[in-house]
Design a protein around this ligand. Structure first.
Ligand code: ZN
Length: 330
């Protein structure tokens, strides 16, 4: 009896410690926000923002090639209010346009994301680098929503992992039409049930993919840039002239998958998606190449992306219902 009671007490302690460890980090961040709010009443807002970022950056930068702690803390990211499965906050930054675009329409809206796959470390690093260049003239024509690390649990796993803490490939978890039928079948037959490509049990089953989906509704991007590695190409889905090259990366369409962001947004929601596949997941491209990709990307957006409001207006006038659904490629 004594043993069983001890065992119960032990199990209860394990349970409590487990629960506390799961909520401790979000609570610390929440506390950080509260402290920041009260600090903000006394100090300038920038001092408050750095309080919130400190712990977040300390945990992440050890995994990010080419990114220092001060660089991360200069990123001005702030909490989205959403945490990963393991309670790591998803941080983002919204940057308004400051330059007139010479047209009468509002500035183009760009959703830029890295680190959807946790083991593609450079895909998060390059977004931090580009954040530093947001105050440059070419970037200031656009309104930005930037999320450098969409899958922090994968990035922070003992060994960085493509999938999230539930073992789900977030880039197969978006609600493409026919997902319930196509995604599990594609996974079983084409990937031979590769655990790195498990699409989940339901579309948007994961907090990280749900956040991206909700952000598409809230932010209404005119174009989405999603950074990956290590295939060294550009992929493109959606209604615009595809880019030919960014830096050394050439357009090479790698295919359309059930549940992928390119398929969901580009093919079915008519919001163009550029998937940048950097050539190496652990080693950053040269500084010159990071800049070339950035400048080519900004130039392509400026010349080829149309505001969604205008596209919708054109479609509403010119397309009959039967022509409005885009056939699935390949
Ligand atoms: Zn990837």
């Amino acid at each position: 009896m004594q043993n069983s009671s001890d065992h119960f007490v032990f199990e209860a302690w394990v349970y409590i410690v487990n629960i506390v460890s799961r909520i401790a980090f979000p609570l610390l961040v929440l506390l950080g926000c509260t402290v920041s709010a009260s600090v903000a009443a006394i100090n300038p807002p920038k001092a408050a923002a750095s309080v919130k970022l400190e712990e977040w950056c300390r945990r992440l930068v050890v995994r990010l090639p080419g990114i220092t702690n001060p660089m991360c803390q200069r990123s001005e990211l702030s909490p989205t209010g959403i945490n990963s499965l393991q309670g790591f906050p998803l941080l983002a930054r919204q940057i308004p346009a400051v330059k007139k675009n010479g047209h009468d329409h509002p500035p183009l809206r760009v959703l830029l994301m890295g680190g959807i796959h946790g083991d593609e470390l450079t895909s998060a690093s390059i977004v931090f680098r580009w954040l530093e260049w947001m105050p440059t003239a070419a970037a200031q024509h656009f309104e930005w929503r930037v999320v450098p690390v969409v899958n922090p649990d994968g990035l922070l796993a003992r060994r960085p992992n493509r999938v999230n803490a539930n073992g789900v490939d977030l880039n197969r978890n978006f609600p493409t039409p026919g997902w319930q039928h196509d995604a599990p079948r594609y996974w079983a037959t084409r990937t031979k049930s590769d655990p790195r490509r498990f699409p989940g049990h339901h579309p948007l089953s994961e907090p990280e993919s749900r956040w991206v989906h909700d952000e598409m509704i809230r932010f209404h991007p005119d174009v989405i840039i999603s950074v990956h590695a290590p295939f060294g190409v550009l992929d493109f889905d959606g209604p615009a002239q595809p880019p030919r090259r960014f830096g050394r990366l050439l357009l090479n369409r790698v295919g359309v998958y059930p549940g992928s962001l390119g398929n969901y947004s580009g093919v079915h929601k008519n919001v163009p998606v550029i998937t940048i596949e950097l050539p190496n997941a652990q080693k950053m491209p040269s500084e010159a190449e990071v800049k070339r990709i950035w400048l080519d990307m900004l130039g392509w957006i400026m010349d080829n992306v149309e505001p969604q409001a205008e596209l919708t207006r054109v479609r509403a006038v010119s397309l009959p219902d039967s022509a409005s659904s885009t056939p699935l490629k390949k």
